[in-house]
Design a protein around this ligand. Structure first.
Ligand SMILES: Cc1cc2nc3c(=O)[nH]c(=O)nc-3n(C[C@H](O)[C@H](O)[C@H](O)COP(=O)(O)O)c2cc1C
Length: 219
């Protein structure tokens, strides 16, 4: 499955079957995590038994309590940590999709129960529920391309393709509070328009834009 197909097929899944992730997929996920942690200077951790990570009332209502496993998104705390977590975490989410797994980014979780290894100077930013979905989720309601871009004149194909993929990105409470600006010299700026977890969102959006446009972004 291509990354574009993974983007198109990925939707947040909040209800999971009790099936555990098979050993060979755990190995592949951990290999990918090692690679991403090195590239992004972060400390993502796959925790096979989600235990009581999602025992908060909101989680129980939403259904995440059924998630068998969870990814703890941890890293050295600095001003770019949240974007790095968004960008590299979404790379992992899309990889998981190609393995036939489903996921849901979740800012609401029990930090005490997740059982993450958080070293000196590190911070846990967010969690990602992972397992086999009881269903594949459904496409989110989306803003239009015009609502999220600032671009004058004709737009190059690669830019449109990047924005198209960015609109399929998961964002906290589906807020899509980002702006993608095409400058006259064909560089691109990503603007954070605020909101809860908006820096994580921006990292995720950059990941999708990069895949769609085939142009490298900076984090
Ligand atoms: C940073 C972030 C935090 C999120 N937190 C939660 C959460 O706490 N609980 C939840 O059920 N979904 C959460 N979500 C999932 C969003 O609600 C979901 O991505 C959005 O509605 C778009 O739907 P989609 O992912 O199916 O495309 C979060 C997503 C992101 C990106």
């Amino acid at each position: 499955m291509s990354e574009i197909d993974a983007i198109k097929e990925r939707h947040s899944v909040r209800n999971y079957t009790p099936e555990r992730i098979q050993a060979e997929k755990i190995v592949k996920l951990n290999e990918k995590i090692r690679e991403l942690n090195e590239a992004g200077n972060i400390h993502l951790q796959l925790i096979e038994d989600a235990g009581n990570t999602y025992n908060k009332l909101f989680n129980r209502v939403a259904g995440l309590g059924s998630a068998p496993s969870v990814i703890a998104c941890v890293g050295p705390d600095d001003e770019t940590l949240e974007q790095r977590i968004g960008y590299y975490g979404e790379r992992l989410v899309l990889f998981a999709q190609t393995l036939g797994l489903n996921t849901c980014w979740a800012g609401t979780f029990n930090k005490k129960n997740i059982g993450a290894d958080i070293r000196a100077g590190e911070r846990i930013v967010i969690s990602i529920a992972i397992g086999y979905g009881d269903g594949k989720g459904k496409p989110h309601k989306s803003k239009t391309m015009e609502q999220v871009i600032d671009a004058k004149g004709d737009r190059p194909y690669w830019f449109n393709k990047g924005v198209e993929m960015a609109l399929l990105a998961p964002t906290a409470i589906n807020q899509q509070k980002f702006l993608i600006r095409l400058n006259e010299d064909e560089t691109v700026d990503f603007v954070d328009k605020g909101g809860v977890f908006s820096q994580v969102d921006l990292g995720i959006v950059k990941c999708h834009f990069e895949i769609g446009s085939e142009r490298e972004v900076t984090i």
